[in-house]
Design a protein around this ligand. Structure first.
Ligand code: AHG
Ligand code: MN
Ligand code: MN
Ligand code: MN
Length: 346
C-alpha cells in the first residue's frame, strides 16, 4: 500500500485574505474590515452558544414593555446584543464611513472621535431571530459598499446603491458549527470556526450551486395569499411526476434565511419569499439592502441566480434603507423557471 499523502495545509481566514489582497481582490482596508466583522461574529457566536445559560434568550424591552424595531417586530435580546457587538467592533476600526442595520431606524456615520474610512457596512445582526428560543440555527448577514467620493458624513441616501455595487458580502451561520461564507467578487468561499483555536479556517473554496434541483424552500402557510403565477409555479412543483415538471420535489423551510440559503449553497435548491397579499403593501417580506442583496451576491458568485421574480435582484435600484422585495434565489435553471411563470403571467 502507498504511504498516506500529507494532508493539505489548512488556510486561515487571515491567510486567505492576505492572498486575496496580493491578488488585487481586496484593498488593505477592506481586508481589515472583514477581519473586524469576523471577530464580531465570533463574539455573537459565543453569546448564541451560551443559550439559556447566558441569559440571552427571550424578548428585549423592560417592565413588560416590548421593544419594537423599525420593522414593526418585537426585538429579541439577541437582536439587540448582536447589533451592539457589530456597532462597537466596527466604530473605531478606521475602515468605515458609516453603518446601517435592520435594527436601527437610520444609518449612522462613524462618530467624529474616530478616523473615518471609505466603506459603508450594512447588516442584519441576527437573522432568523424567531428561531433563537427554540435552539435552531440563526445567522448574521452583511454587505459592504463604497462610500461615494467626496462624502465624509454619509446619510441614508448614500447607502442606496444597487447590489451590483457591493464589494463584499457574507454571512455567518450559528448552527451545529459556526461558519462564515464570504465573497469579494471572486467566488464564494466557506470557513468553519475552529472553536479550540478561535479562528475561521477555509473549508470550501469556490462553492458551486448545481444548476438544477429537486428541492424548494417556501413558507407554504402563505399559499392562499400568493399571486397567481406563484400559485401556478408551486402547484406544478407539488404535482411532481404527474405534472409538467415531470419530477418529484422535496421541501425544506427553516425560517432562518441564512440557514435556508446555506443549504442551497451547499446542495442546491430554490429559496423563495414571494409577494403575498399580507406583505404586498410593503413590497415583500425580506429586506433588499441587508438580506436579499448580500445573499444574491453570494449566490451569483457560486453560479446561482437571484431575482425578484421579474428582475435580477442585484440590479434593483433601491429607494429606501429598509425596502422590502420578493425573493427567488438558488439553482440557476430553477430560478429561471420561477421567473418564467411570472413573466408569462404579466
Ligand atoms: P429576521 O429574523 O432578521 O427578522 O429575518 C427573518 C426572516 C428570514 O430569516 C426568514 O427567511 C423569514 O423571515 C421567515 O419568515 P416566516 O416566519 O414568515 O416564515
Ligand atoms: Mn427581524
Ligand atoms: Mn433577517
Ligand atoms: Mn434580523
Amino acid at each position: 500500500p502507498s504511504l498516506p499523502q500529507r494532508p493539505a495545509p489548512s488556510v486561515s481566514l487571515t491567510q486567505f485574505l492576505i492572498e486575496a489582497q496580493r491578488a488585487g481582490h481586496v484593498s488593505p482596508d477592506l481586508r481589515l474590515l472583514i477581519e473586524v466583522v469576523a471577530r464580531a461574529c465570533k463574539r455573537i457566536s459565543i453569546a448564541v452558544g451560551k443559550g439559556a445559560l447566558g441569559g440571552v434568550l427571550g424578548e428585549a424591552g423592560s417592565a413588560g414593555e416590548a421593544s419594537i424595531n423599525i420593522q414593526g417586530e418585537a426585538q429579541k435580546k439577541l437582536d439587540v446584543i448582536a447589533n451592539d457587538v457589530l456597532m462597537e467592533a466596527n466604530a473605531w476600526g478606521g475602515h468605515l464611513a458609516g453603518l446601517a442595520s435592520e435594527e436601527m431606524d437610520h444609518s449612522q456615520p462613524i462618530p467624529d472621535v474616530y478616523p473615518r474610512g471609505n466603506y459603508l457596512l450594512l447588516f442584519d445582526p441576527l437573522d432568523g431571530s424567531s428561531n433563537i428560543d427554540v435552539n435552531i440555527s440563526v445567522g448574521t448577514i452583511f454587505s459592504v459598499l463604497r462610500c461615494p467620493d467626496g462624502v465624509t458624513t454619509p446619510g441614508d441616501e448614500h447607502f442606496l446603491q444597487p447590489g451590483t455595487e457591493q464589494v463584499c458580502a457574507g454571512y455567518t451561520t450559528y448552527g451545529p458549527s459556526t461558519m462564515l461564507v464570504l465573497t469579494v467578487g471572486h467566488g464564494t468561499h466557506a470557513f468553519t470556526l475552529d472553536r479550540e483555536i478561535g479562528g475561521f479556517v477555509l473549508t470550501t473554496r469556490d462553492m458551486r450551486i448545481p444548476d438544477e434541483t429537486k428541492e424548494f424552500a417556501v413558507n407554504m402557510s402563505n399559499q392562499r395569499f400568493w399571486e397567481p403565477p406563484m400559485q401556478a409555479y408551486v402547484g406544478d412543483l407539488l404535482a411532481g411526476t404527474e405534472g409538467p415538471r415531470g419530477k418529484d420535489f422535496n421541501m425544506r423551510w427553516v425560517a432562518s434565511m441564512v440557514a435556508d440559503v446555506h443549504r442551497i449553497l451547499t446542495r442546491g435548491g430554490i429559496f423563495s419569499y414571494p409577494l403575498d397579499s399580507k406583505c404586498a403593501a410593503k413590497g415583500g417580506k425580506l429586506r433588499l439592502m441587508y438580506e436579499a442583496n448580500p445573499m444574491s451576491f453570494l449566490v451569483e458568485q457560486a453560479g446561482g441566480a437571484s431575482s425578484t421574480g421579474r428582475q435580477r435582484m442585484l440590479e434593483v435600484r433601491p429607494t429606501g434603507l429598509h425596502q422590502r422585495v420578493p425573493v427567488f434565489m438558488g439553482s440557476r435553471r430553477e430560478v429561471e423557471t420561477a421567473v418564467d411563470y411570472h413573466l408569462r403571467h404579466d
